[in-house]
Design a protein around this ligand. Structure first.
Ligand SMILES: NC(=O)c1ccc[n+]([C@@H]2O[C@H](COP(=O)([O-])OP(=O)(O)OC[C@H]3O[C@@H](n4cnc5c(N)ncnc54)[C@H](O)[C@@H]3O)[C@@H](O)[C@H]2O)c1
Ligand SMILES: *[C@@H]1O[C@H](CO)[C@@H](O)[C@H](O)[C@H]1NC(C)=O
Length: 279
């Protein structure tokens, strides 16, 4: 299969460095040479797209996505959109799920996988800020993965939490553990901040969202980068511990290296035919 037309269903936000904006700019700049064409861009506030997306590529109503022919739909927005539109998208296109915390809902997870099989589409999960995702997946597949723990530490301005746990932070407070628990428990609390953990839980299929453990930490010292730590445990004392420092602007949900990672995942979608593919 050759992708002639990529439809990026992106939410580009006020934040100038958000993933969606990055992908759109990259497709407009480099897409031609790579055989990628932008079919449409959607944001819940279309005014934010004016000026940097050509008018004819702005989709006003996401429910009419099927009017634009495209091979891959990319979501870099919010798990809500995966829930609301994922099944519809899969009936028409392959689907790159940039907010894989959506898979923490077992019912939705099952429905998306079923729809992908039924329509012979691929569900892509970008590895994003996760280091070693394919190694985790290989360990899972061989039945050797015993435990997985991921800790994400960021400046408090980088968190988007559903509760008010972080409403009172001060610049001097240092480090504070916000939550520790299974990724299944963490996803609803911080849907925009746990996607790296969610991608890991997808790779670690045998442990699943309930079996993979996570921790999110607020740290005022982290003004320039996010830290992602991964601890993988295998049999007979096998273990791997990685620490990734991901440069990030103050207040950014996504580290800057992750944008490039998303772009590489998009390129992997060209010509793939598996069922669930961590890229
Ligand atoms: N897989 C990974 O490792 C990984 C890494 C980083 C970010 N992400 C995820 O990718 C997504 C985009 O990241 P980002 O840095 O561009 O985020 P961002 O917050 O900068 O931008 C998200 C955009 O989605 C819009 N949005 C938020 N909630 C919405 C809703 N309910 N309906 C419609 N639009 C909504 C916002 O207005 C904004 O335009 C997020 O879900 C983020 O968690 C995944
Ligand atoms: C994880 O391993 C199990 C058992 O080997 C397999 O059924 C499943 O598809 C694997 N998950 C992924 C995402 O590779």
């Amino acid at each position: 299969m050759f992708i002639t037309c990529v439809c990026v269903c992106v939410c580009v936000c006020v934040c100038v460095f958000a993933s969606g904006q990055y992908l759109v700019e990259r497709i407009l700049k480099d897409g031609d040479a790579l055989g990628l064409t932008l079919a449409f861009v959607w944001n819940r506030n279309p005014d934010k797209l004016k000026g940097f997306v050509p008018d004819e590529l702005i989709l006003l109503d996401l429910s009419s996505f099927a009017d634009r022919r495209c091979d891959v739909i990319v979501e870099v927005c919010h798990p809500h959109i995966v829930k609301e539109f994922g099944l519809h998208f899969l009936s028409r296109s392959h689907f790159l799920v940039g907010s894989p915390s959506a898979f923490s809902d077992p019912d939705l997870n099952q429905k998306l996988h079923r729809a992908a099989r039924q329509h012979s589409r691929t569900l892509y999960v970008p590895s994003g800020a996760l280091w070693g995702g394919q190694d985790i997946q290989r360990l899972n597949d061989s039945g050797a993965l015993k435990a997985l723990f991921i800790r994400m530490s960021k400046h408090p301005s980088c968190f988007r939490l559903t509760g008010d746990v972080l409403s009172d932070w001060t610049e001097q407070e240092g480090r504070r553990v916000l939550f520790r628990g299974s990724v299944a428990e963490l996803c609803p609390l911080a849907p925009n901040n746990v996607n790296t953990m969610a991608a890991a839980a997808v790779a670690a299929g045998t442990l699943g969202f309930a079996g993979v453990q996570g921790e999110i930490v607020s740290d005022t010292a982290l003004r320039d980068y996010h830290v992602v730590e991964v601890e993988v445990t295998g049999p007979n004392g096998f273990s791997v511990h990685t620490v990734r420092r991901n440069p990030a602007k103050l207040g950014a949900v996504t580290g800057s290296a992750t944008y490039n990672s998303f772009w590489n995942s998009l390129l992997v979608c060209k010509g793939h035919g598996g069922r669930v593919y961590l890229c």
